[in-house]
Write a protein that binds this ligand. Sequence first.
Ligand SMILES: [Zn+2]
Length: 174
Amino acid sequence: MICPFCRNDDSRVVDSRPADEGTLIRRRRECTGCGRRFTTSETSVLLIIKRSGATEPFSREKVIAGVRKACQGRPVDDDDLALLSQRVEESLRADGQAEVEAQEVGMAILAPLRELDEVAYLRYASVYRNFASLEDFEGEIALLRAAPSNKQSSNQYSTTSSTNNSQTLSSSSK
Ligand SMILES: [Zn+2]
């Protein structure tokens, strides 16, 4: 690791500690040249296998770019998108695999996007899951109605009974 101050390529580790619930290691290093200290972080690379078979590192930015269009005109801001991409990464890493198919990333986006905004979710799902007819939309909307996500259920109770989704998630900070 090259020292950011003097470009010396040797340093010694003076402290190591896990962060982010163990998915990250931070190391405090001291340059053997100039003696200054700096911090590095080490995380396992989550590889995405594209349809072509090529791999690339998971990117939160790409997740955001993928859903941004579906969120156009909706009350969704950059913080919401940043949090969504973080949740997508966490859910993919929680599966404990070092490599995941690009398709799984799309799947992992669906649940948090639905909680964020149901219209954006519907737009995204229609493209991602290739809705081909009005029936596809109707089916998905029926599902949304049957089990409204937490955020939406507070201001539009439907007559259908859904039992398990009222108070389980921590409330959004908005
Ligand atoms: Zn140095």
